[in-house]
Design a protein around this ligand. Structure first.
Ligand code: FES
Ligand SMILES: [Fe+2]
Length: 335
């Protein structure tokens, strides 16, 4: 590793990452893996908690235990832990003080926008994302099943932000093979991310005897460092909707992406249509992304060749490289 480069987990531990959809976390604790750390996430009486996955007593998997207002109870001998990780009860010796070493590592956990988020560092470097349109319940949301891909979170973000691939990778879903040129577009730098807007002549395939149609779609990309993207789609024929893609780094070479859309609740069949078409689109992306080498997100610009059409992924990579180097994201980078 080059001098001055921080390790992958040291760089990204201070950010909030999703580890589950809220709807997945019921009364049973759930396993999660974030930046190489095994966790168990569970519901307390009033919120969510994230602690080390394996019991301090005899290493049992706490996902096999139960959670509730009293804490997280191990299935092996019933030791019970609070959300700060401290053991509060050892049923086999009720009258004896709990040994101080009977504790789990514990991290900050929060629930927002239908996701359970964890930060592995005591001092988050940035707050949770703000998506005001989701605050008042006026929009409906539809989550996809988790995307569990052998690809780094950085590479995932780059494919989400890639304009030039649409006409190639997404042939047959919405890609328009006639539109190979990428017109120049601006990338706006935000304090903690990037924004860009492009107009793409999406090609909706022929269906039920209806010929294919071109749908000039305005796409607004908004990325928030390190791994969160929001894409607003304003088509002329299909429904306006917004897609949220948050890549959660399992390790330097693997991520899970939490992907959902918001839409106007009066569009009755949106959830089914979106899920079907988006899963087909994402499968096209997965095949390309999992084939890329190196799997890890490259830190420098020397190993690949960059052109003007890659402007948004380039600016993104510049920022993530700055984070790895411990520099401000708008510091001049190498190209
Ligand atoms: S291993 Fe968990 S209580 Fe014994
Ligand atoms: Fe794509």
């Amino acid at each position: 590793m080059a001098d001055g480069v921080r390790s992958y987990s040291e760089t990204f531990a201070p950010y909030w990452h999703p580890v589950a959809f809220s709807h997945e976390l019921k009364e049973r604790p759930l396993p999660a893996r974030l930046l190489g750390t095994d966790l168990v996430v569970w519901r307390t009486g009033s919120g969510v908690a994230a602690t080390q996955r394996y019991c301090a007593h005899r290493g049992a998997d706490l996902c096999q235990g139960e959670s509730g207002p009293d804490g997280l109870r191990c299935g092996f001998h019933g030791w019970t832990y609070g959300q700060d990780g401290r053991c509060v009860r050892i049923p086999s010796q009720p009258g004896v003080p709990v040994p101080p070493r009977a504790r789990l590592s514990a991290w900050s956990a929060a629930e927002r926008y239908g996701l359970v988020w964890v930060c592995l560092s005591p001092q988050p470097a940035a707050p949770l994302p703000e998506w005001p349109e989701l605050e008042d319940g006026s929009l409906a949301t539809v989550p996809l099943p988790r995307l569990d891909w052998d690809v780094s979170a950085g590479r995932m973000m780059e494919i989400v932000l890639d304009v030039a691939h649409l006409s190639w990778v997404h042939k047959g879903t919405f890609g328009n093979p006639e539109q190979q040129e990428v017109a120049a577009y601006d990338v706006e730098k935000l304090p903690d991310g990037l924004r860009a807007r492009v107009v793409y002549p999406a090609l909706s395939p022929a269906m039920d005897g209806v010929p294919p149609k071109v749908d000039r779609t305005t796409l607004t990309y908004e990325v928030r460092f390190p791994f969160t993207a929001r894409l607003a789609f304003k088509p002329t024929l299909f429904y306006t909707h917004t897609v949220y893609a948050v890549a959660s780094p399992v390790s330097e070479e693997k991520m899970q992406c939490f992907y959902f859309a918001s839409y106007h609740p009066r569009i009755r069949n949106f959830a089914d249509m979106f899920t079907r078409s988006e899963l087909a689109i994402l499968e096209q992306d997965r095949l390309i992304a999992e084939g890329q080498r190196p799997r890890a997100h490259p830190l420098d610009f020397a190993g690949e060749v960059h052109v003007q059409a890659d402007r948004l992924p380039i600016e993104y990579r510049r920022a993530v490289s700055a984070l790895r180097l411990g520099r401000p994201v708008d510091a001049p980078g190498q190209e």
